[in-house]
Design a protein. Structure first.
Length: 405
């Protein structure tokens, strides 16, 4: 069937209408006319697959990745990067209307739209590494990922060679994390088993972990090889990397984000909620009189303790469990939660506190919009800016500044 793309959805798919029913069609652009077939039919909508592009967007380009349209990680490789940024603004505008915001949205691009990720996770299955497709949910063996930094690609090839010689029954996944002087490799097992070290791995710090998810206090790092100091730099500050802790995947954009946050904080006492390893806390401490960090993950908290300055305090707890105490003295709060967003109790404590200003950083605009619906009953949105932390995907890092009425 021939359809015209009239809008863009939250996940980057084009939107068309046919006989009153919505069709979501990946790898299309607004204004295009495409021949499609229905790949999946639901009661309220269909998911289409492009058979032929009849009228192409002037921004259409050839995707460089052989796995594009198969792994489902990327959404915009078929378009120029400039067009992707424009569509991301439109996606966020559509979302924030639900929270009553119809103002301007700025966007900060990434210097690199490929080879920017300093961390990736590959699933291990039957001796191979790959992704679980977000489209088919099938395992796809990959030889490279164009989003990963080039040093990581070299490490993937090394591990592939290693896994041709040694196989494991309980290996779940392999993580690759770039730092200033190299790449660390973390083998995550669901159950410990004998690890057979090889000189193929001599170039890399190697960690063995047991658990379900790497970034969890329940997961244990139980062995390491080739130990070295693993550091990275943000805004001229050096930080050590912990294998398990969260780190923004695009350092260039992270620097722009953190610089923006620090410049917009005008406060004597600021809370940095969901503070991770304390990177932003330390940057804020250069400007604020006092910074109070709150982080539930113990390994991240321990690192934050090693870098804190005299005007920094760190809580190792869930934000909702301790927010009521520091909110009595703070007049500014920075929120940077995981994709799940903030617990309602956190928002309630902020609303009833003396906190005058909020900076909300989010990698999930759906939960951001949900939380803004609560906050905008008492706070006005002053500024919204996208930091394109995840080029070529439909994800984006959003920073919202709010001020109390």
């Amino acid at each position: 069937m021939l359809v015209k793309i009239i809008d863009i959805s939250y996940n980057g798919s084009g939107v068309a209408k046919r006989a009153g029913k919505t069709i979501f069609i990946p790898q299309t652009d607004i204004g295009e006319e495409v021949e499609v077939e229905i790949a999946k039919s639901m009661s309220k909508f269909d998911i289409g697959r492009v058979v032929k592009v009849v009228k192409a967007s002037p921004f259409r380009t050839s995707p460089p990745c052989p796995y594009y349209g198969k792994c489902g990680g990327c959404s915009f490789q078929h378009l120029t990067y400039e067009r992707e940024l424009s569509l991301k603004k439109q996606i966020l505008q559509n979302e924030l209307k639900k929270a009553g915001y119809i103002g301007d949205i700025d966007i900060e691009s990434s210097e690199d739209s490929y080879y920017y990720r300093n961390k990736i996770k590959l699933t291990y299955k039957q001796g191979q590494l790959g992704y679980i497709s977000a489209l088919s949910h099938n395992f796809i063996n990959i030889k490279s990922c164009l989003l990963a930094e080039s040093d990581i690609l070299n490490a993937i090839h090394t591990v592939e060679e290693y896994l041709k010689k040694y196989s494991y029954s309980h290996l779940k996944s392999v993580y690759f994390r770039k730092f200033n002087d190299g790449v660390m490799i973390i083998f995550l097992f669901s159950k410990r088993e004998k690890f057979l070290y090889s000189n193929l791995l001599d170039e890399y710090p190697i960690f063995l972990a047991e658990g379900e998810v790497l970034e969890s206090d329940k997961t244990k790092l139980y062995k390491e090889y080739n130990a070295t100091k693993m550091r990275y730099e943000i805004l001229d500050e050096a930080f050590d990397i912990d294998a398990k802790s969260f780190l923004q995947v695009n350092i260039g954009v992270a620097e722009k984000l953190y610089d923006f946050v620090v410049k917009n904080v005008d406060s004597k006492t600021v809370i940095n909620a969901y503070s991770g390893q304390g990177v932003l806390s330390k940057l804020l401490a250069k400007k604020a009189h006092k910074v109070i960090g709150i982080e539930m993950q113990s390994s991240a908290h321990k690192i934050a303790e090693t870098i804190k300055t005299d005007n920094m305090i760190n809580y190792n707890a869930k934000v909702e469990e301790v927010i009521s105490k520091p909110s009595k003295e703070a007049d500014f709060i920075v929120l940077d939660p995981a994709r799940e967003g903030c617990k309602e109790k956190v928002l309630e404590e902020i609303i009833k506190s003396n906190i005058k200003n909020i900076i909300y950083i989010s990698c999930n605009f759906s939960t951001l919009t949900r939380d803004l619906k609560h906050l905008t009953k008492f706070y006005k949105i002053q500024k919204v800016k996208i930091f394109d932390m995840f080029p070529r995907t439909s994800n984006m890092e959003t920073c919202v500044i709010l001020e109390k009425f």
